[in-house]
Design a binder for this molecule. Structure first.
Ligand code: NAG
Ligand code: NAG
Ligand code: NAG
Ligand code: NAG
Length: 494
């Protein structure tokens, strides 16, 4: 059983025990249409800790709704923006280590900001369904707190940004729904799935909850009701890194390595590797300004994996994380990208289109290839990937990624690897295809470049043979002009 399934099992076992409670508690909060409850601070259980740049990892000063003196006592800075960080379900009843990391990263990026951590640990350490049901009450607490702070200070709503992880994302959504003005932004970090996938917009994070809602989905494996992270889009911009299902570096081998080096005390973090990746991607966007990851709108993960979605026209691409462009389209947009397995997570995306000519009638699948990219700023050699299908006289498109900043592409080589199952495929080992040109589009720069065979009109590519070499086409200028003309033509017709 995979480690993430263990966590899931914990949830499901708990869920079955108390799902009746869950249903009850979700119903029980039918709020009246008056806003009187918003100013009743007597029953607030959540605590609001204003952390500092110096001590990002400890609660030293609480701002208490209704007690004005606590605002200045905690040195809240009314001149600058405020981040409200909301944690999720917890097994241990303690803050997980990411909380202080995110606080520190927010202060690193915005040193004068106020970073407030919502402490709802006592409600968050119940059986999962009970904690899930408590999101309503915690959302009310947060709404009251934010509303009070705004009134008390005449503080502009544009300066408030809620960030919630897992169940905390739904808390942020409920809070945003209940405040009497719209908060500026909510960031949902892998919002929890169980109990929420089919819930209504008032019980979950949704685009109505803030002027702008951006969401990262990092652990959405399995059928919808069993996925740890919610699968459906719940914001204005919903980004699914690496397809959103499972994150690189979170496989069993890495898990074992982490257990070996840190022991079992970090088990909860290990099992939630993909779930928690959403937070680390956001932290990455805060601290690695130079390495901002780009995400691309796409209808399906499969189309993205073919490299078909690297367009930036009409807001089709966006920056992941803190610097996201606030695009509020009517439909929520699903966006995709690949990442590395560690910080900085950024990779560069390329679509490669290639036509395979051959006299023989080849119909091959799963062919191992290696591509090297050489550019003005760097080289990425031997990028391994598996070509899903290689058929005679057809064009394929595939996605290639590298963490090397190549700059402008100058040269490309392709090698067709011998299959490791040598005996089975040796019959094909003499297979040869011919390639006239490669067409490569860079997602990050949007440049489209055509590469021709270096020697002669065609380059041959044989299984297990030498690499084929392609260089930037000499008539690139004229082909650019043609493309522009073509674009204008297609624009005027669509
Ligand atoms: C649900 O709540 C009602 C009243 O609040 C209570 O009578 C009932 O026993 C609860 N049901 C469950 C399954 O907890
Ligand atoms: C991050 O950006 C810096 C500056 O542009 C660059 O030197 C470095 O190679 C980048 N790192 C990665 C992993 O992309
Ligand atoms: C592929 O196309 C080439 C040139 O257009 C042609 O000579 C060759 O016979 C075709 N191969 C097959 C298997 O149809
Ligand atoms: C449940 C509730 O409080 N309903 C009130 C909603 O607002 C109208 C008009 O303001 C009242 O008449 C209802 O009693």
């Amino acid at each position: 059983m995979g480690k993430e399934n263990i966590w899931l099992l914990v949830i499901l076992v708990c869920f079955q025990k108390t799902c009746a409670d869950f249903a009850n508690a979700t119903e029980a909060t039918g709020l009246s249409n008056t806003t009187e409850w918003l100013v009743d601070y007597s029953n607030i259980e959540s605590k609001f800790s204003l952390r500092t740049k110096k001590v990002p990892d400890d609660d030293q000063c609480y701002i208490v709704p209704g007690q004005q003196d606590t605002i200045s006592a905690c040195s809240f800075n009314p001149e600058t923006q405020t981040f409200v960080v909301i944690h999720g379900w917890t097994v241990t009843g303690m803050y997980e280590s990411w909380v202080s990391k995110l606080v520190a990263a927010l202060y690193k990026r915005e040193p004068t900001a106020n970073v407030i951590v919502v402490d709802w640990l006592s409600r968050a350490q119940q059986h999962y369904p009970t904690s899930a049901a408590y999101t309503k009450l915690v959302g009310q607490d947060v709404a009251k707190f934010v509303n009070w702070l705004m009134m008390e200070l005449d503080y502009p709503w544009e300066k408030i940004h809620l960030l919630g992880y897992s169940l905390g994302a739904h808390v942020a959504g409920i809070a945003g729904f209940l405040t009497d003005h719209k908060v500026h932004r909510i960031t949902g970090l892998d919002p929890a799935g169980p109990g929420f996938e089919y819930a209504d917009a008032q019980s979950t994070l949704s685009p109505d909850d803030a002027n702008f809602v951006d969401v990262l989905h990092t652990n959405t494996r399995g059928s919808p009701d069993r996925s740890i992270g919610i699968q459906r889009p719940v914001g204005h911009v919903d980004i699914y890194p690496n397809g959103g299902t499972f994150q690189p570096g979170c496989d069993l081998q890495n898990t074992m390595l982490m257990i070996a080096t840190t022991g079992f005390q970090n088990m909860d973090q290990i099992v939630k590797c993909s779930h928690e990746r959403s937070i680390h991607l956001f932290i990455d966007s805060l601290v690695n300004k130079e390495n901002q990851s780009m995400a691309y709108r796409c209808n399906t993960k499969e189309a993205f994996d073919k490299g078909l979605c690297l367009s930036c026209r009409k807001n089709r691409c966006n920056t992941l994380g803190y610097q996201v462009k606030k695009v509020r389209s009517r439909r929520s947009t699903k966006m995709y990208l690949k990442t590395r397995q560690m910080m900085p997570f950024k990779v560069f995306h390329y679509q490669v289109k290639v036509h395979f000519f051959s006299k023989a009638d080849l119909k091959l699948t799963e062919q191992p290839m290696k591509v090297s990219l050489y550019g003005t700023d760097g080289d990425a050699e031997d990028i391994a990937f598996v070509l899903p299908s290689l058929n005679t006289n057809t064009t394929v498109s595939f996605l290639l990624t590298t963490d090397v900043n190549i700059g402008d592409l100058l040269k490309v080589t392709v090698r067709w690897e011998k299959d490791s199952l040598f005996s089975l495929s040796s019959w094909w080992s003499s297979s040869t295809v011919w390639i006239r040109k490669l067409r490569i589009k860079s997602g990050e720069t949007q440049a489209k470049v055509t590469f021709n065979a270096e020697n002669g009109e065609f380059a041959s590519l044989s299984r297990g043979g030498d690499h084929a070499v392609f260089v930037k086409s000499k008539d690139e200028q004229s082909s650019k002009r043609n493309e522009r003309r073509h674009r204008l033509k297609t624009k005027s017709t669509d």
